[in-house]
Design a protein around this ligand. Structure first.
Ligand SMILES: C[S@@+](CC[C@H](N)C(=O)[O-])C[C@H]1O[C@@H](n2cnc3c(N)ncnc32)[C@H](O)[C@@H]1O
Length: 302
């Protein structure tokens, strides 16, 4: 399991500390009923571009920025990539500034900014979620990402990781004028996995009599492990992964009196997987049915 590096925990905190100092130095504002869980620190433009790039944001996307500050991520998603979306922030002044900027940039018809607590925001419509929030806030949001977001939704974070959930991709961006630490920012991407956990069954008669396959999958975020029986004998499962609704795994089991390596791939849709299996150099159709549904484990070493 990847652990956040010392730098990835400390440097972002330095960034936020800089933000806290800026907040303290700012003129006193009327006290709001709700206080921010993270101070306002804007993401530099090069990092905004990297966040939209790693998520491959396009015109069909609906982007949600939780804690949207001056709205720059959502505005860039609309202006540069033709996406739609909304941002939420607990700070009404920032929400007003984001609305003004969206009008100025000519994207007010495609984006919205709401004064709202991000812990209660309905995120189910998102195809991309962007974040520049403390690690502790991300860890509180992590279960909601798996429960409320559709499989395949991309979650992108600036500088902070979600422990236990290995990123599907990451990139380090040069930020020559970064006012703290080394002149770089890290960007992390996670792709929400479909739930493939539980017991699956199918039959196959490739080049011989029908054989029963039974597979019990345990799933931790996008990683799959499990037990299998093929024709009543144990098989070995390797390299199991779910990426959005795509599933892949390798199953080695004795079929027709010799061990055979099966490379399965397919799409999870409810309690059905449909796809292909590569076996003995050939490719064949494959459909499996779930007979018992499991849960995605979300362990944490904290
Ligand atoms: C580090 S800034 C990021 C701003 C913007 N996303 C960006 O990357 O430029 C975090 C933002 O989250 C907002 N925020 C903090 N706690 C919040 C909460 N509970 N609900 C909504 N917004 C919150 C802050 O007001 C601040 O604007």
């Amino acid at each position: 399991m990847s652990r956040p590096g010392f730098r990835s925990l400390l440097l972002p905190c330095a960034a936020m500390a800089a933000g806290i100092l800026a907040l303290l130095a700012a003129p006193v504002r009327a006290a709001t009923a709700e206080q921010p869980d993270v101070p306002y620190v804007p993401t530099p433009p090069a990092v905004v571009d990297a966040m939209l790039g790693i998520a491959n944001v396009g015109p069909r996307d609906f982007v949600v920025d939780l804690g949207s500050g001056d709205g720059r991520i959502i505005i860039a998603a609309a202006k540069k990539r033709g996406a739609r979306g909304f941002g939420v922030d607990i700070d009404g002044a920032l929400v007003s500034a984001a609305r003004r900027e969206a009008r100025k940039q000519g994207v007010a018809d495609r984006v919205e900014f709401l004064e709202e607590n991000l812990f209660t925001t309905d995120i189910g419509r998102a195809s991309v979620v962007t974040l520049y929030l403390f690690h502790s806030v991300l860890m509180q949001l992590r279960p909601r990402f798996l429960e409320a977001l559709k499989p395949g939704t991309r979650v992108v974070s600036h500088d902070f990781e979600m422990e236990g959930w290995q990123p599907d991709a990451r990139v380090t961006v040069p930020v020559p004028d970064k006012p703290y630490g080394p002149p770089t920012s890290d960007v992390y991407l996670w792709i929400v996995p479909a739930n493939a956990a539980g017991a699956w069954r199918w039959q196959s008669a490739i080049g011989g009599p029908a054989v029963d396959y039974e597979l019990t999958l345990s799933q931790t975020f996008q990683m799959l492990d499990g037990r299998s029986r093929v024709g009543g004998r144990p098989g070995r499962l390797e390299s199991g992964r779910v990426r959005g609704d795509e599933i892949r795994f390798i199953l080695t089991a004795e079929v027709g009196g010799r061990p055979r390596r099966h490379e399965f791939s397919g799409r999870v849709s409810g309690d059905t997987i449909s796809g292909k299996v590569r076996l003995d150099g050939g490719e064949h159709d494959w459909t499996a049915t779930r007979t018992r549904r499991g849960r995605i484990d979300q362990y944490s070493d904290r």
